[in-house]
Write a protein that binds this ligand. Structure first.
Ligand code: ACO
Length: 332
């Protein structure tokens, strides 16, 4: 995907420290080596040092220049326990409990990020999305001015000209099961802003539904309508329109018929799904049926960049998500 080349170029311009809490995992280790060689980021592997070194040797890799931190023996452990305790004591966490929790590499890496000892975090080759998001939401939390953390995928559809020459952003496909209309509006705005900053594209946002401009009525359609209205009111500078069906959003001939007055219909490059069921199913349909490249889920709205991987990810996927995370960190 052309976009990934430019993201790699951006990442190389200002090297960021990206912590990988699944440091004992084979694909993660291979990716860390390549990330370092390509100069995309400074990777930090978290995990049991002996296990990591054993894996490295079995892969025949050189590793002197890659940072490995064991959460059980780290010199920063007391600092991280104190930080976690401070953040979660009003949620019933005791200092003893904090000591246990912070040794978990997922929590350790998240607190490390919070303490500015890393610039971004990538995980998910082993853990589920919830395992990654919960520590992030509890420790790093939403950025100032953001009320909802959400996610998007960069979808690269070969042999297609939809969106931005075959590249589109899909949101939210991984985090919010049933966003309110206010949250949906915020997801649309945040995705548009991220698209500008990270993907360097002019966003054209379609608020998806099974109805186009009033062709059907239902509570779920009303939610999308209200979200569209609110997003337009909050950010008149952005090109956002809806509610509209997928074909009206991306196919010019259908747009002419169903939404002739829309300024983005037929040429949307950002698709906002009404809920997680549709978003998650939608991106996987495109990925499988169209053999599309799906980079993500890339999270947005966190105070610092935290990104997920699919458990079926390849080494290449990890490298790409780390590059995106590094660029997000540059913009933080
Ligand atoms: N934005 C901001 N803050 C949030 C959000 C959000 N989207 N969701 C929860 N929070 C806050 C809560 O208010 C809470 O704050 P507090 O503890 O400081 O009061 C904190 O985060 C933790 O909340 P929990 O209640 O512990 O977490 P919850 O049970 O709400 O789970 C989660 C959050 C993990 C994101 C949940 O909504 C979830 O599982 N989402 C779906 C993930 C998933 O399975 N995706 C599909 C697979 S991904 C793929 O296919 C690539």
């Amino acid at each position: 995907m052309e976009l990934l080349n430019s993201i790699w170029d951006l990442a190389k311009k200002d090297i960021k420290r990206i912590v990988l809490p699944e440091g004992e995992e084979r694909r993660t280790i291979e990716a860390a080596r390549k990330i370092k060689d390509l100069g995309l980021a400074h990777p930090i592997l978290i995990g049991n040092k002996e296990k990591i070194i054993h894996e490295i040797k079995s892969l025949n890799l050189e590793f002197e220049d890659i940072e490995i931190i064991d959460s059980n023996t780290s010199r920063n452990i007391d600092k991280y326990v104190d930080k976690f305790y401070e953040l979660r004591k009003n949620k019933g966490v005791t200092i003893e409990k904090a000591k246990q929790i912070v040794k978990d590499p997922m929590y350790f890496a998240t607190v490390m990020l919070k303490c500015n000892d890393a610039d971004g975090l990538v995980s998910g080759a082993v853990h589920t999305t919830g395992d990654l998001l919960r520590p992030g939401l509890q420790v790093v939390k939403a950025a100032k001015g953001a009320s909802v953390v959400s996610s998007f995928f960069i979808m690269g559809v070969p042999t297609s000209n939809y969106g931005e020459e075959g590249m589109l952003l899909f949101a939210d496909c991984a985090v919010n099961p049933n966003p309110s209309y206010e949250q949906l509006a915020e997801i649309a705005i945040t995705t548009a802003d991220t698209a500008k900053k990270v993907c360097k594209i002019e966003p054209r946002v379609a608020m998806l539904s099974f109805s186009t401009m009033g062709s059907a009525d239902h509570d779920t359609v009303e939610k999308v309508r209200m979200a569209t209205e609110l997003a337009k009111k909050l950010r008149p500078d952005l090109l956002i329109d809806g509610e509209m069906q997928l074909d009206a959003a991306i196919v010019e001939s259908v747009a002419k018929q169903k939404a002739p007055n829309s300024n983005i219909a037929g040429k949307a490059n950002i698709l906002i799904f009404p809920d997680l069921q549709s978003g998650n199913i939608g991106y996987k349909l495109v990925q499988r049926f169209a053999n599309a490249e799906a980079v993500g889920p890339i999270c947005q709205g966190f105070d610092k960049p935290i990104n997920d991987l699919s458990r079926g990810c390849s080494v290449e996927d990890i490298i790409n998500v780390v590059a995106v995370t590094a660029v997000q960190a540059q913009n933080n």
